[in-house]
Unconditional design. Sequence first.
Length: 410
Amino acid sequence: MLAYTGGICPVTRCCKSLVNGPCGGSQDGMCEVGGDRPCVWATIFERLKAQGRTDLLERYQPMKDFERSIKPGVVDLRMEDQDARSERLALVINDREEKYAFSEFGQRNWQIKLDDVKPRKLTGLQKALESGQFVQTAEIVPPKGVDIQKVLQNARDIKDYVIAVNVNENPASVMRLNSLSLSHLLAREEIEPIFHITTRERNRLALQSELLGAYVLGIRNVLVLTGDHQSMGDHREAKPVYDLDSVQLLRLCTELMGGKDYNGHDLEGTPSFYLGAVVNPGSDLLDLQILKMRKKALAGARCFFTQAVYDLKIFEDFMNQIADLDVKVIAGIIPLKSAKMARFMNQNIPGIAVPEALIRRMEKARDRTAESIAICNELIDGCRQLCNGVHVMPIGWYSIIPQIFKPVKN
């Protein structure tokens, strides 16, 4: 794929080996992992921009074929010298290249047409969005352990104020109860879940298996993410997988909905999902974020959840740039607990820009909770004119949701 990335290899230079564009974690052009590592996709974009070839980045890059890797083995140097071994290995590689040159491999992912697998009134979230309703959703973080009573009660407390609940998958790479289990428990309580699935910890076998399992357990909303790098969490020594990127996983979901697994084998029963993805409208690599967003839409994403929005002018500019996309956009909001929190997010969370005016309001407020609610209400009112809904990420502050949302009409 070097011909499409300006001769720069994203597989080896991106910490997540992403091949269809960057994640949303870069800040000031630097990788989220930290240190002095620049985001390779920023480098790729600048090189192709200078060459007038940024259109190359619109090409979908298929899943990597690890079968073409030379496997470990035994070499008896008494029977074969280095030159003969090199020639033999070259023949093996060429044979594998020829094997796939005239097959559907790498292009099979485009055989299923989106219109053929478009879900119809599958979930409450889909029905609300497609009917023109301004939706309200919120985020629930699974516990770090097996005591689920508190998190279930939090979900019950906000049930009447949201159309669906996002269930995180190891947010910030901190190990927690998995999204699938909690999503199933919420569905049993008639609280519509949005199941998060990331490419960070699973290969394509496990991802397909878990998606089929999610459908069997009654889950229909799926939010596809790459996931924060494991070096940011509490298991930094863990090995990341990133077999696929988020664009490829969306296409894989679409394949499953077409009745096929990744390798074209028929399924015994076909799942159907309302697929979502994420986008960062405040990213310092906005052109690349939008380019990847377009790929995600082509791959099957029907709705997008954004990083937290505080500057409505920046958000409006973003929405104008994607006005031609036939997708629904739900803006994220994190209620501010203090001015200190706002400044911390500005410095440490890519894509978040809390205006200084809002920070001063929090500093001067006699009642910070009341001021935070007022700011949330202003942002929600502003978003009504720009997008299709609002998603609140309370970071444990679940009691604020009934104070900023009106009850949802059933």
